[in-house]
Design a protein around this ligand. Structure first.
Ligand code: AMP
Length: 171
């Protein structure tokens, strides 16, 4: 199946000028969902991850499925104040201002191989912050599979030296 046909493009959401890539039609289609998880897993399996880290919020959806498929554990990177235990934090730039992501300080053990997943790679700021979280805890980032990559935003450049993969590209 052409997975791109299952992505809904919503102009001017959430703000004017942004072309939002909505994965909900893809998630709602059983065949497309299965194919997406299988394709992400096919990239990830040879990297032999111990953990999948998913970024809030849409990275949680297939991050969990991917961890199950690969026989890994799952770690949630969340917005500040959501996690109940001790955390480490990474700050990243938004179009206007800053945001932060956190993971539990005991979520990743030194030397563990971590796969980072989110639905969309745009500017790469979110993904770079999750790389920093993993590395603060002594984990090794072995790969970053995304469903969608907005190639015109050059997010890959922020992730130079890491194994970045996407199933669908918009140029
Ligand atoms: P960035 O940090 O710029 O790479 O943005 C990535 C994060 O923002 C991901 O968590 C995406 O879910 C979300 N995102 C950014 N741009 C879009 C877009 N055009 N459509 C859907 N989600 C987006």
């Amino acid at each position: 199946m052409d997975l791109k046909s299952k992505i809904r493009e919503v102009p001017d959401f959430p703000t004017p000028g942004i072309g939002f890539k909505d994965i909900m039609p893809l998630l709602a289609d059983a065949e497309a969902l299965r194919q997406t998880v299988e394709e992400l897993a096919a990239f990830a399996r040879p990297l032999r991850p111990d953990l999948v880290l998913g970024a809030e919020a849409r990275g949680f959806i297939l991050g969990g499925a991917l961890a199950y498929e690969l026989g890994c554990g799952f770690v949630a990177a969340r917005k500040p104040g959501k996690l109940p235990w001790h955390t480490v934090t990474a700050k990243y730039a938004l179009e206007y201002g800053w945001d932060q992501l956190e993971v539990h300080a005991d979520a990743i053990e030194r030397g563990q191989r971590v796969l980072i997943h989110d639905d969309v790679l745009a500017t790469g700021g979110t993904a770079k912050a999750t790389v920093e979280l993993v590395e603060q805890l002594g984990g090794e980032v072995v790969g970053l599979p995304f469903i969608i990559e907005l190639t015109f935003l050059s997010g890959r450049d922020k992730l130079a030296g890491y194994d970045v993969h996407s199933l669908i590209q918009y140029g």
